[in-house]
Design a protein around this ligand. Structure first.
Ligand code: 3HC
Ligand code: NAI
Length: 692
């Protein structure tokens, strides 16, 4: 970390170089305090430009320090020091000015920015509120409503909007530093603007706070930080500067030590570690400049859209001319929907579509870098596709299957150059869902595995390394969850009570509502296949519902009844009767929300521990990412593994064993018992929590 001071005539330039993102570590805070002191007494200086090297302006406080006691100088002192400096400081921002970085800029007398810069107070995403005057100074600069939008969502805004709001004084199109120096020279000859701390917050309508509190609470659900941030902004609007900053700091320090903040920090680091796992750390991936997708159905069309969104030209191969037309129409529909939702312009949609070539001819793939297969879930069909690809593709082209449940080792049998083959398991809708399970076969070469992770980075996905088993990581855990949910039904719970309890836990939907939405038929098909392999999947009620044709919303009935055209689940007397029959002779007990959540979540943890034991999952944090990004597990709980660890693994084992004695769950597996003894799922070397 270095902070250097140079001089351009009467302008001092303070340059921060603290890779990777110029985060405000203790050393940087100290250096800034010292820079203020030394420039204050330098009579040759009229104004100061604060600028950063590398990819970004200061991206915030150093999140690595959050688990430890705060060490002075604290950030509020740094910001106040700059604000009270003898000479005006001008923040010259590029990249991202986030959190503490924006707070430092708010201490400056002026703010100028590159046109590509963005600005935000994303603290709520880490379970905290801004801690260095962000909620107090920002409303004094841009008003309470705009501040609330930024702070309670944590979403960054671009330079144009920042200028319109008055957050930045000038947007610079060319070179930032010389323009900032010129700007500094000009403003140094003018009277200094009133410091933000001395300004007042523009008044709002009388019902503003009540309305806003309701709206923020609804959106935040059980996340604590957004409402607490709102309380800080309200205090900043109604109280004097010092009272408001004291209130903000107190809230910041309290939340910094909270369980939600620890969970969100865990996910912050897990997400950043995921795209570059140690197993391919030093392995160069293949270049991927073109792609093809085989099959233009639900998944294929979504994968094409994801590849196009990342700028790759894509060939879509289907069975025949009619299927090609249908596949292209599926892709077109995705872009059209994005236009309707205001995500992209009609011009961008047309350009994305123009980059897709539909064909029935595999010959078009002779020079394609990456081919992803997304045809029917049928071993013979998939093998036939790969036989064709073997014939036409370059020997170094990467070939991938999007299979959900088939064994990629079997799909790839007989493939020429099997080292270039792997599983890339996307989640539906593939252009939206962030999770990508990367599944090497026993022959996949390391550079090909590394290419899977490089592709995820290109597509903006969260990649997770998954070994081969029935369902990989995510769907294997899902099977256990569904079986558990049925066990509960046979012992006194109902679809309504189970779904309500899981929503109360923080999931967007309960297991029965979710099955009705997705359809019960796919899982029934998987169970049939499993029975064919001699397994005995447990789904007595679901099996009977499927036999009756009750496969979910699409058949106007599944676990619930539905009126045609209405997706509101209504408790079903037919389903209740089936449950009563299946439960005959079994002990019935009472269930409350906590005991239901335990009986669903802890077996999930148990299965996940088995996945770690078997080496299917490599890191507990990977499982957290799978559940959060593929299955809606609440982010603020940090994923099931973090949840279990925070709760205490010994207690998790105790509860599981108790459920097991009642016949309501499997007993804790050896891997979980061992983890409980060590009080950790992870070997230290694997733990993303250990990032320094
Ligand atoms: N503290 C410490 N490390 C950080 C960090 C931070 N605030 N932000 C990013 N990093 C690290 C990442 O862990 C990663 O490390 P690695 O290379 O060892 O894995 C590296 O910087 C690069 O991060 P990304 O992969 O995310 O890089 P991108 O270029 O994709 O994105 C970014 C850059 C937009 C700045 C993104 O990193 C980001 O959004 N960072 C978080 C910013 C944030 O949350 N700031 C608020 C912090 S809280 C705060 O400021 C409290 C204050 O009010 C008191
Ligand atoms: P789908 O039935 O919607 O689409 C399959 C497409 O493949 C059809 O358009 C069909 O015409 C085409 N096709 C079949 N044989 C072909 C061939 N020989 N050559 C070219 N095209 C061919 O199926 P869906 O849901 O898209 O699934 C595809 C694959 O993705 C399956 O392996 C499935 O298990 C997997 N998957 C599905 C998910 C889902 O939620 N639907 C999630 C993740 C993976």
């Amino acid at each position: 970390m270095t902070v250097t001071i140079t001089h351009e005539g009467a302008i001092a330039v303070v340059t921060i170089d603290n890779p990777p993102v110029n985060a405000l570590s203790q050393a940087l805070r100290q250096a800034l305090v010292e820079a203020v002191s030394s420039i204050d007494v330098d009579e040759t200086v009229d104004a100061v430009v604060l600028i950063c090297t590398g990819r970004t302006f200061i991206a915030g406080a150093d999140v690595n320090e959050f688990g430890k006691p705060p060490v002075p100088p604290h950030l509020p002192e740094v910001v106040t020091g700059i604000e009270n400096a003898e000479k005006p400081w001008i923040a010259a921002m590029h990249g991202s000015a986030l959190g503490g970085g924006l707070e430092v800029a708010l201490g400056c007398a002026y703010r100028v920015a590159a046109a590509s810069a963005n600005f935000g107070l994303p603290e709520v995403k880490l379970g905290i509120v801004p801690g260095a005057g962000g909620t107090v100074r920002l409303p004094r600069l841009i008003g309470a409503p705009a501040t609330i939008d930024m702070v309670t969502s944590g979403t960054a805004i671009g330079a144009g909007k920042a200028r319109d709001l008055g957050l930045v004084d000038a947007v610079i199109e060319g070179d930032l530093l010389p323009a900032a120096i010129t700007f500094a020279g000009e403003v140094s000859r003018k009277p200094r603007p009133q410091p933000i701390r001395e300004r007042s917050v523009p008044p709002v309508e009388s019902d503003f706070w009540a309305r806003t509190e309701k709206a923020v609470a609804t959106k935040a659900k059980r996340e604590v930080a957004p409402l607490r941030a709102l309380a800080c902004i309200r205090t900043a609007s109604e109280a004097d500067f010092l009272t408001a900053t004291a209130f903000e700091r107190e809230t910041f320090l309290e939340l910094r030590g909270s369980a939600q903040a620890a969970a969100l920090r865990h996910i912050f680091f897990a997400e950043r570690a995921a795209p570059r796992p140690p197993e391919v750390a030093d392995v160069a991936p293949h270049d991927i400049g073109s792609a093809a997708v085989i099959g233009g159905g639900t998944m294929g069309a979504g994968i094409v859209a994801a590849l196009r969104d990342a700028g790759l030209p894509v060939v879509l191969v289907e069975r025949d001319a009619t299927a090609v037309e249908r596949g292209l129409a599926n892709v077109g529909q995705i872009f059209e929907n994005s236009v309707k939702r205001g995500r992209i312009s009609p011009e961008i949609a047309a350009e994305r579509m123009a980059g897709v070539t539909g064909t029935g001819d595999y010959g078009a793939l002779s020079d394609t870098d990456l081919v992803i297969e997304a045809v029917f879930e049928d071993l013979a069909v998939k093998r036939a596709v790969f036989a064709q690809l073997s014939r036409v593709c370059r020997a170094d082209a990467i070939l991938a299957t999007n299979t959900s449940y088939l064994d990629p080792n079997e799909i790839g049998e007989g493939l020429a150059h099997p080292e270039r083959f792997l599983g890339l398991h996307f989640f539906s809708p593939a252009h939206v869902m962030k999770l990508l399970e990367i599944v090497p076969t026993r022959t996949t070469a390391l550079p090909v595995l590394a290419s899977g992770f490089a592709l995820a980075r290109l597509l903006g996905k969260i990649p997770v390394h998954a070994g081969i088993c029935d369902g990989f990581i995510g769907n294997r855990i899902l099977k256990v969850t569904r079986a558990q949910a049925e066990r509960l039904l046979l012992s006194g719970a109902t679809p309504v009570t189970v779904d309500a309890a899981m929503r109360a836990f923080g999931l967007p939907m309960g297991p029965f509502e979710a099955q009705d939405l997705g359809g019960l038929d796919i899982a029934a098909f998987q169970r049939k296949a499993a029975r064919g392999r001699g397994e005995a999947p447990f789904a007595p009620v679901a099996d009977r519902l499927c036999a009756m044709g009750r496969v979910g919303q699409k058949s106007n009935g599944g676990w619930y009844d539905y009126q045609p055209g209405d997706r509101t689940p209504q408790p079903s007397s037919a389903v209740a009767a089936i449950i009563t029959q299946e439960a005959a002779g079994l002990t019935q007990r009472t269930w409350d929300e906590t005991s239901i959540a335990d009986a669903i979540i802890l077996p999930m943890v148990n299965e996940a521990a088995r996945l770690l034991e078997e080496g299917i999952a490599l890191r507990a944090a990977d499982i957290d990412l799978v559940k959060i990004h593929g299955y809606g597990f609440p982010r603020w709980r940090g994923g099931p593994m973090h949840y279990a660890q925070a709760r205490g693994l010994a207690e998790v084992v105790t509860v599981l064993d108790r459920l097991a004695t009642e016949g309501l769950a499997d007993p804790a597996c050896d891997g979980l018992r061992l983890a409980a003894e060590r009080d950790s799922f992870m070997a230290a070397a694997d733990s993303v929590d250990e990032v320094p």
